[in-house]
Design a protein around this ligand. Structure first.
Ligand code: PMP
Length: 436
């Protein structure tokens, strides 16, 4: 049934003016992407008028779904006052104060326009603070597209090296020098990670870690692993950076609050912009001082024409204020309900696999292997086929999820919406079971 004619036609048009018809690799779909026309609450409508429950939420960034009236009011009020200035505004101070009050390790904040930029500036801040060249990151963890941050994302096992991960370029053209300055550590493997960090210690500016890395399986880091990273970074004099671009949606005090571990720097993005482009670098005053221009040229100059844009700041502030303890409790409840419901459907259908995740985030794995890291999360051919069939089934039953099995829930979802999501997943799993 061709209920996507307008999307297909628009994609044909897009092929002329955008490479491969695309301007954002993450939203590419074959044979063509479904184009969004509008969204309201937890629902998104496509160009052809089909409606879906949106479980992507712009890749986790819309914690309140689409066009929330309070966010519309906050953004339009600012728009009427002016959308951007070559002057600072009060809005950046307001949002920085809220973030510092919520995140235990944060005294000060620096705003940017994306998570990519936030991670780039955090890595540069660590280099500026320590005077050291190398960074360490976990194998398979995605941190945006700064050269150093995107090392070791290669999905093909042939590129992984032996037991110890090696630094593999993701983008063609990555300079060898970049690879030489990135130490790739295994996720959730204390002994191997600590030993690599000690080995490179004197040259290491920082260790960058996402407490629940989406692309590396969306399994939470073991508390002992993060504690070991906290300890060994202190020992070698490197900074510990938490990438909370996604995990800040896990709790009022972020993942650092949930795990009870204080990083030196934190990167933020997504939900803190209230639906608008955003990023932030945050941390202790001592480390954030590298940005301070008040006594002359800072160690790390950082501008950005649209950094701390007041429309973003006002919408972000409104979104964060709506995201109170009760909202987090509700997200935890519906997240658990969806995970439990889908896990039950796995048992009923006999399809191998189940869900992982925490709070409002979950990922569906089509394997009975215990998922611990990037390597165990890697799907073989049969598992990939099951995942593809599942995604198609989910879409046919009116639920939009990321094609690699990620679901991000939002506060406007009702109990009935949760039930619809679980039912759609169960129906999609029936289709997977029928594959044999
Ligand atoms: N860090 C993490 C953990 C992310 O998930 C992402 C994006 N999905 C980024 C950084 C980059 O953020 P952005 O897409 O806003 O550049």
């Amino acid at each position: 049934p061709d209920n996507h004619a307008k999307s297909r036609d628009l994609y044909q048009r897009a092929m002329h003016s955008l490479p491969g018809g695309n301007t954002r690799t993450t939203v590419f779909m074959k044979p063509f992407p479904i184009y969004a026309a509008s969204g309201a609450g937890c629902r998104v409508r496509d160009l052809d008028g089909n409606e879906y429950i949106d479980c992507i939420n712009n890749f986790t960034s819309l914690i309140h779904g689409h066009s929330h009236p309070v966010l519309i009011e906050a953004a339009t009020r600012q728009l009427a006052l002016g959308s951007a200035f070559g002057m600072p505004t009060e809005s950046e101070v307001d949002l920085a104060e809220l973030l510092a009050a919520r995140l235990p390790s944060v005294d000060q904040v620096r705003f940017a326009n994306s998570g990519t930029e936030a991670v780039m500036m955090a890595l540069k801040a660590a280099r500026a603070y320590t005077g050291r060249p190398k960074i360490a990151k976990c194998e398979g963890a995605y941190h945006g597209s700064y050269d150093y941050a995107e090392v070791s994302l290669d999905p093909t096992p042939a590129a992984w090296g032996g037991n110890a991960p090696v630094s593999v370029a993701y983008a063609k053209g990555t300079p060898e020098n970049v690879l030489a300055d990135v130490v790739t550590i295994p996720f959730n493997d204390i002994e191997a990670a600590v030993s690599l960090i000690r080995e490179h210690g004197p040259e290491l500016a920082c260790v960058l870690v996402d407490p629940m890395p989406n692309r590396a399986g969306l399994v939470p880091a073991d508390k002992a692993y993060l504690e070991a990273l906290r300890q060994v970074t202190r020992e070698v004099g490197a900074l510990l950076i938490f990438d909370e671009v996604i995990t800040f949606r896990l709790g009022y005090h972020g993942a650092q609050g949930l795990w009870g571990i204080s990083p030196d720097l934190t990167t933020l993005g997504k939900i803190i912009g209230g639906g608008f482009p955003v990023g932030a670098i945050a941390g202790g005053k001592e480390f954030m001082a590298v940005f301070d221009p008040s006594s002359g040229k800072p160690a790390l100059p950082h501008g950005g024409t649209f950094s701390a844009n007041p429309v973003t700041m006002r919408a972000g502030l409104a979104a964060m204020e709506l995201l109170d303890a009760a909202a987090f409790a509700r997200l935890d409840t519906i997240g658990q309900a969806v995970r439990d419901g889908i896990d039950a459907a796995f048992r009923n259908t006999g399809v191998p696999g189940g869900t992982v995740g925490l709070g409002s985030l979950l990922k569906i794995h089509f394997t009975d292997r215990k998922i611990r890291d990037y390597r165990t999360a890697y799907l073989n051919e049969v598992e990939t086929k099951r995942q593809t069939a599942f995604n198609a089934g989910l879409l046919n039953h009116g639920v939009f999820a990321a094609n690699y099995g990620l679901l991000a829930l939002s506060t406007p979802m009702t109990d009935a919406d949760v039930e619809t999501i679980v039912k759609a997943a169960a129906a999609a799993l029936e289709q997977v079971a029928a594959l044999g």
